[in-house]
Design a binder for this molecule. Structure first.
Ligand SMILES: [Zn+2]
Length: 69
C-alpha cells in the first residue's frame, strides 16, 4: 500500500517503524488506494439531514392538519 504525506508530499511504500513519514516525521498521511474513504461520513450526514427535514415536514403537516380541520 502506498502512502502520501500531506505535510511534505513525500510518497512512499511504507511509513517508518513509529508510523510516521520517513521524510518529515508527520503522522498526516493519505492513502491514494482509498480516495472515497473521506467522503463516506459526508454522504451519511447528508442522508441524516434529508431524513431530519422530511420528518420535520411530516410533523408540521400533521400539526397543521390538526389545528385547521
Ligand atoms: Zn512527510
Amino acid at each position: 500500500m502506498e502512502y502520501h504525506c500531506r505535510d511534505c508530499s513525500h510518497t512512499g511504500s511504507q511509513r517508518n517503524a513509529a508510523g510516521q513519514c520517513p521524510a518529515c516525521g508527520s503522522y498526516d498521511f493519505r492513502s491514494p488506494d482509498r480516495p472515497g474513504s473521506e467522503k463516506t461520513p459526508v454522504t451519511s450526514s447528508n442522508w441524516k439531514l434529508v431524513t431530519l427535514v422530511l420528518l420535520w415536514a411530516f410533523l408540521i403537516y400533521h400539526i397543521h392538519q390538526k389545528l385547521y380541520s
